[in-house]
Each structure stands twice: as structure tokens, then as C-alpha cells.
Design a protein around this ligand. Sequence first.
Ligand code: NAD
Ligand code: DAU
Length: 357
Amino acid sequence: MENQTKTILVTGGAGFIGSHLVRLLVNKYPNYKIVNFDKLTYAGNLFNITDIENAPNYVFEKGDIVETEHLDKVFSKYDFDGVIHLAAESHVDRSIAHPTEFIVTNIVGTVNLLNAAKHAWKDNFEGKTFYHVSTDEVYGSLGDEGFFLEDTSYDPRSPYSASKASSDHLVRAYFHTYGLPVKISNCSNNYGPNQFPEKLLPLFIHNIKNNKALPVYGEGLNIRDWLWVKDHAVAIDNIYHNGVLGETYNIGGHNEWKNIDLIHKLCELMDQKLGREAGSSAGLITYVKDRAGHDMRYAIDATKIEKDLGWVPSIQFEEGLSLTIDWYLENEEWLDSVTSGDYQKYYDEQYNKREFV
Ligand code: NAD
Ligand code: DAU
């Protein structure tokens, strides 16, 4: 398979998961051409992929999936065998503050991309694949028991998850209506290097380092299922190459953590790594008003991808968390570059608006 020639469009390849995926594909498939199409929003940063920017099988194209002419241009410039679609607005809190941006990018952008692929492939889909990378949040919120399965009914609760659910539905609609060869995966919370520091782990690492408060939503009892980002990239590669067209695959780490337990674990490791007195980072924990519509628990049953495609997570969480902390502490330049300017202003404004309890 590595010797075949393919041209693959990856959208959102300058973001957190996309950058790990692009690196994997560029290094693993020297005969492929990997075209990274990204608008470079606040969350997209070419700093994430400087190590492969000069690789002969890699090209970056700046563009917006909402702008059909940008898509027409890139689809007429290259003859794509496949599309792996990650470009999205991805942060739940932002979707609560600015829902329309999520509708436009995640729904309209996805339809534009579906249309561009369908049009470019002239309804001749032999050997083509359109793969949508989605989230477990489409399934809604679990109680104490049970897991999300591929056939769990959709029940999104936030503007972000509703926009991703809608884009999943549209991808399936193009499969059933036009025969577009699609695949979808729904993954749990990713963690690791290069995640924008508005999400829980990089934000809290950044705040602990700078002795800033750690804003825990509600009582910190919500549960997330954490997966090492590079394991997600391996799963996407596997599904792209081996997954069955028209199918959905759930991806998760069998690694559920109550937020407050995870935060205490993080604080403990940060105290050790920063040489601070035990308990000093935990002293920064500050309970704030809960996120509106905060889903209580996510947990993935990943049996299908494990059994059908032989994918399993490669790394234990304690090791991954330690590697993650080390990466952020060693990459201050990256952190400074992404948190300077507009972002810091946005964060300070949002943070100052939070109600403390
Ligand atoms: P991210 O916010 O880090 O990156 C998103 C990327 O998309 C950025 O590079 C951004 O510049 C680009 N982008 C945004 N709008 C665009 C547009 N209109 N045109 C072109 N590019 C645009 O997101 P992430 O965390 O890497 O998530 C990637 C995908 O995976 C998303 O679709 C998300 O819904 C999904 N996902 C994320 C997680 C997670 O835990 N982070 C889990 C499951 C699924
Ligand atoms: O489940 C997959 C999803 O995981 C992805 O689809 C999303 O793109 C990704 O952002 C993530 O969504 P979450 O909302 O779960 O991630 P976040 O890091 O924002 O929050 C994780 C948990 O921590 C959640 O229960 C809210 C809580 N939290 C978050 C922040 C930013 C806090 O208590 N305080 C905070 O400041």
C-alpha cells in the first residue's frame, strides 16, 4: 500500500489533531502527496508542522471550506483520491458564545466540501474516499452506566455538537443519495502536544505554570474519556485505508476520568516537574459557574474498530499525560506564539466574565 501513489486532501491539517495526522501520513507514505488545506484560524498554526513543511510529498494550501471558490481552486489544481476532513470550529465554550460561526464552518463548510468532491469526481467514485472526522459529543450525555456505540442515537446538546451531528448526517445523506463513498469516525477527548490552550489540559498546564487560577466548571464531576492524539491519528490512517465505505467507527481510549480527579493528577505531576511544594498547584483550583448544558459523561465502546481493524490505543494515560506536560513546558515559544495577541485578549475577557461560586 505504501508504494501506491495517492493524492489526499486533509482539511484542518494545521490544527491539533490535523497536524499529527498530516505528519503521520507524510512520513509513512512517501509516495503519496498530502495537501493540507487550512484557513489558519486562531486554532490553526503552521508552527505545528515545521518539521515536515519541506517534505517533497507535502503541500500547504491556505483556504476556507466556507468559500466555494477556494475549494474549486484546490480541487482543480489537484486530482484527489481522497479527502480527510477535520477542519472545524472545535471548542464547546466558543460555540456557546458564538453559535453561528459553528453552523457556518461545520455545516455549510462540510456541505461545500462534499459538493466540491462530488463535482470534481464527476460522480465516478471508483477508488475515492471522503472521510469525515467527527466527535463522540454527537451522542449526547451518558449517565453512570453504558457506553456510546456506533448505533447510539444522536442527541447533541451544544451548538458545537449539534453542528457536528448535522455534518455527520449530511455526509451520510451524500452516501445514500449520491453514492459518495464516505466514512465517519466519532472520537473521544484527545490530549497531547499542540492543542490550543483553551481546552482543559493545555489551559490548566499553562495556568499552573503562570500561577493563575484553574477554573473548574461546576463541581468538576463531569467525566471524559481521554485518548492520546497520536493514537487518534493512527486510527484515522487505519480507517482511511481499511475501513468499510458507508460505515462509522467509534474511537476511544477506555480511559474515563472525572474532571476533578484528572485535575488533581495534573497538579500532582506539575508540582513534581516544576519542583514546587506538593499541593501548591492544587491550591489554584477555583470552582466557577458550570458550562451551560454541560454534558455529564462521555465514554466510547471502541470494540468495532478494535475487532474489525485491529486498532488499539498504544500508550498508558499516565505516560501520555507526563509526555504532554513535558511538551508544553519545553515549548514555551509555541505557547507564547499561540497565546499572544488576540487570543490572550479573548481569554481574559471570557475569564473575567465567569461567575465564581
Ligand atoms: P482544532 O480547533 O485544533 O483545529 C481545527 C483546524 O481547522 C485549524 O487548523 C483551523 O485553522 C482549521 N479551520 C477552521 N475553520 C476552517 C475553515 N473554514 N476552512 C479551513 N480550515 C479551517 O481542532 P481539533 O481539536 O484538531 O479537531 C479536529 C477535528 O476533529 C474537528 O473536526 C473536531 O470536531 C474533531 N474532533 C476533535 C476532538 C478533540 O478532542 N479535539 C475529538 C473528536 C473529534
Ligand atoms: O469528546 C470530544 C470533544 O472533546 C471534541 O469533539 C471537542 O472538539 C473537544 O474540545 C473536547 O470537548 P470538551 O468540551 O469535552 O473539552 P474541553 O477541554 O473544553 O473540556 C473538558 C472538560 O473540562 C469538560 O467537562 C469541561 C471541563 N472544563 C473545561 C475548561 C476549558 C473545565 O472544567 N474548565 C475549563 O476551563
